[in-house]
Write a protein that binds this ligand. Structure first.
Ligand code: COA
Length: 185
């Protein structure tokens, strides 16, 4: 796959919603109801939702663009964690949230997710964050493994409501290098 990783623009909102509709169900526990998944997609991952994320100065969306096809995306939220369980667990501050990290299933296991993660960590560090954190469903073993491989470790738990069900997420974080710590000798 030849692709680039770039910041998303307002023009990507429709394609991001299409990609989210394919990838969000993959992150849900097997017992999640299709109705709850559809409601979550409509409420938080619609084209209109993506338009507002892309217009929010505290949010950065990175996409894997393969000749105009979006094959993955990440969403970085640069504001203090609102959830008190998360705020209490984090040690590397200020921290950016990796709020979403999704790759099209045709590209799982091929290194694309690692490239997206590398770009996401670099983007947060360049913006001055000293840590990155994320919430991942405790049953999503593949994503947890991927995040561990990417340098995250479990630091706590939080709850997440999907429709009528309360899901339990692990909170994971990693410290980011200070941009000025790089040596340019
Ligand atoms: C999470 C995601 C971005 C990772 O990308 P990927 O290309 O699949 O990741 P990788 O193949 O590099 O790593 C996955 C690891 O999990 C392992 N794995 C796969 N299935 C697994 C399972 N059921 N249980 C435990 N580990 C599993 C793989 O073997 C691999 O580890 P390894 O390299 O040590 O062998 C991608 O799978 C994805 O988009 N998933 C759907 C959406 C999602 O869950 N997003 C995260 C929401 S928080």
């Amino acid at each position: 796959m030849t692709h680039t990783i770039r910041k998303a623009t307002a023009d990507d909102a429709g394609r991001l919603a299409g990609l989210a509709a394919v990838t969000f169900p993959l992150a849900c526990p097997p017992e999640s109801s299709p109705a709850d998944i559809a409601a979550h997609l409509a409420a938080t991952l619609s084209e209109e939702n993506f338009r507002s994320y892309l217009a929010d100065p505290g949010i950065t969306v990175l996409v894997i663009d393969s000749d105009g096809d979006l094959r993955g995306y990440s969403m970085l939220v640069d504001r203090p964690a609102g959830d008190p369980d998360v705020a209490a667990a984090l040690t590397a501050l200020p921290a950016t949230e990796l709020s979403k990290c999704y790759v099209h299933p045709d590209h799982h296991g091929l290194g694309a997710a690692a490239e997206l993660m590398h770009a996401s960590l670099g983007e947060a560090a360049a913006a001055g964050a000293r840590g990155m954190w994320l919430g991942v469903n405790s049953q999503n073993a593949k994503a947890i493994r991927f995040y561990e491989k990417s340098g995250f470790r479990k630091v706590g738990t939080k709850s997440f409501t999907l429709g009528t069900t309360v899901e339990h997420d692990f909170v994971m974080e990693q410290a980011l290098p200070h941009p000025q710590a790089r040596t340019d000798t």
